[in-house]
Design a binder for this molecule. Sequence first.
Ligand SMILES: [Zn+2]
Length: 134
Amino acid sequence: MADQNTSIPSMSLSWVTLAVIAVIGGFSLWSMYSGFQALNSEDSEFAMAYLLIGAAGFAAIGYMLFSTRSSVPRKPTVPKVNVVTTLECPDCNLKRVRDFKRGDYINKDDESCTRCEGKMVITGIHKRAEPKKG
Ligand SMILES: [Zn+2]
């Protein structure tokens, strides 16, 4: 692979991790299978060794999955405002919708009207409607 922009290692990292996990998983399955096969035969000491190898492989997979998950930087969860406040001017019936702010409640006198001198009153607080396409 060419030495390109390495600022997006998450893609290749997960790809490599998946490949390694697949190899280890196959090897562990084979070890477990061989162990159970050996259990039926007389060499049960080999069986225990195989089973231990298989278990260790699965443990390694679990560790890898855990470590990759914890190493991936989580996206900063920006709380998206999905609640809006509807304001209405009692004097000129101008309606406005803006993002909900802390402290908003219905019938509260809010900002002044942009059309007249009156005070706009909060008439509703509800979830933002789905953005319509077109
Ligand atoms: Zn007004």
